[in-house]
Design a protein around this ligand. Sequence first.
Ligand code: E4P
Length: 226
Amino acid sequence: MDLFIDTANLDDIREISRWGILRGATTNPTLLSRESGDYNMILQEICGLVGGPVSAEVLADDAEGMVAEAEQLAGLHDSIVIKLPTTAEGLQAAGELKRRQIKTNVTLVFSANQALMAATAGATYVSPFVGRLDDIGHDSGEILADIVDIFSVNKISTKVIAASIRHPLHVTQAALLGCDIATIPPQVFRKMLKHPLTDIGIKLFKQDWEKKQKKQTEKQALDVGL
Ligand code: E4P
């Protein structure tokens, strides 16, 4: 499973891209609205940093408007993927953008049938929102599993991005279920990396090494004294 970063914050992307594990990024209007500066330039900089697909979302409600926004966004960088909502107009735009060879990520997917329709319309990616499903008491694992199975059984090549990830267990769940990608907020990446036993282990290795060095120095001093 590929790991994407779910943010528009350049400092966070710079930090985590240095780990060498990022294969792409996703943004949305909420994430971009938290940043200051020119949004087009931010998107271009993200593309340069992650070196993989970067999703940018349209705001129009009608298919024609979505396609026009998509053309503008796709012109920013070869890595841009157009995020479209799971609506009738979004599906129509997905089909038109496929014909224009522009990649799409159909977002705000909350059911297996929505994912199936988005894929059939021509989406390159679909993004089921696991965190928001769990928030309203649904079993996001069950819905993700259904989508992955439906795509596999029906030989659908559309990729599944587990989105709206809230904690490390969501990532483990997505990987176990066979999602193609999980798009992960920076704070969840940091939690995934951190383990108290790793920190304790590093401390103990250092302590043991320093003890041994000290003993050797003391022995050498004694030997010189003799
Ligand atoms: C990614 O494609 C989504 O826009 C994002 O994961 C939504 O996450 P949220 O539910 O935490 O806002």
